[in-house]
Design a protein. Structure first.
Ligand code: AP5
Ligand code: MG
Ligand code: ZN
Length: 217
């Protein structure tokens, strides 16, 4: 199964991808996570991407399409994958169509996670992740069971993203509305768009996604 999670910054794409990937045998492919890893490792891609990311602007199509094209060739993608944060422009959507056609694969669903802009700012400014295993948390909405200790791996070190501040969030939202939201009618025309209520609580969103995935199986 090949599924896209499409939604604005802070909509819950990463949270849901982490929760549902194992249950459905899908691998989470987050271009944001891959780019942050490239920045941290100081690779050529990371050097090119850093300034765009810190300004809340989209990295070039050439870079992200290259990353995804390489990644989907890996063995763990054979059973299917869950795209989190890709595609984000018309050119990326076309490039994905071409990649899938080339491999004789079908896009099963594009799940739009609809969330109000005001809620996104709270979600993003309260977010942090485990420095060791990347498990996501939120100061109010998703705390570890034991304060200061990752549920998943026991680490006591946590990170905040360089782009999770109010100024950058508004630029990320602008990029979403100008460049990514226009993909919604594109996928609607193809008959694969499923819209869910991303304002529900985390488990409520998961169950809506499970319903969509269940209807495809
Ligand atoms: P990326 O990392 O993809 O960031 P984003 O799209 O801005 O999305 P986020 O990761 O901020 O949000 P999310 O939807 O994953 O929310 P989360 O689950 O964490 O991209 C970063 C940058 O990389 C881009 O700005 C760009 O520069 C570059 N980039 C990446 N892909 C690119 C591409 N394809 N093309 C060009 N450039 C690209 O949830 C947020 C918080 O809310 C968490 O704390 C969570 O616990 C909480 N939460 C989640 N769900 C709920 C809920 N239902 N109720 C209450 N709280 C919730
Ligand atoms: Mg994310
Ligand atoms: Zn951890």
């Amino acid at each position: 199964m090949i599924v896209i999670l499409l939604g604005p910054p802070g909509a819950g794409k990463g949270t849901q991808a982490q929760k549902i990937q194992t249950a459905h045998g899908l691998v989470q492919l987050s271009t944001g996570d891959m780019l942050r890893a490239a920045v941290a490792a100081g690779t050529e891609v990371g050097k090119k991407a850093k300034d765009f990311m810190e300004a809340g602007k989209l990295v070039t199509d050439e870079i992200v399409v290259g990353i995804i094209a390489d990644r989907i060739e890996e063995d763990d993608c054979k059973q299917g994958f869950l795209l989190d944060g890709f595609p984000r422009t018309a050119q990326q959507a076309e490039a994905l169509d071409n990649m899938l056609n080339h491999k004789n694969l079908n896009l099963d669903a594009v799940i739009e996670m609809k969330v109000d802009d005001e809620a996104l700012v709270d979600r993003i400014t309260g977010r942090y992740t485990c420095a060791n295993c990347n498990q996501g948390y939120h100061e109010v909405n998703l705390k570890p069971k034991v304060d200061g200790v990752c549920d998943n791996c026991g680490s006591t070190n946590f990170n905040r993203r360089a782009d999770d501040n109010r100024e950058t969030v508004s630029s990320r939202l602008e990029s979403y509305h100008a460049q990514t939201a226009p993909l919604l009618p594109y996928y609607e025309t193809k008959g694969v768009l499923k819209t869910i209520d991303g304002m529900a609580d985390i488990d409520g969103v998961t169950s809506q996604i499970n319903d969509v995935l269940g209807s495809l199986a």
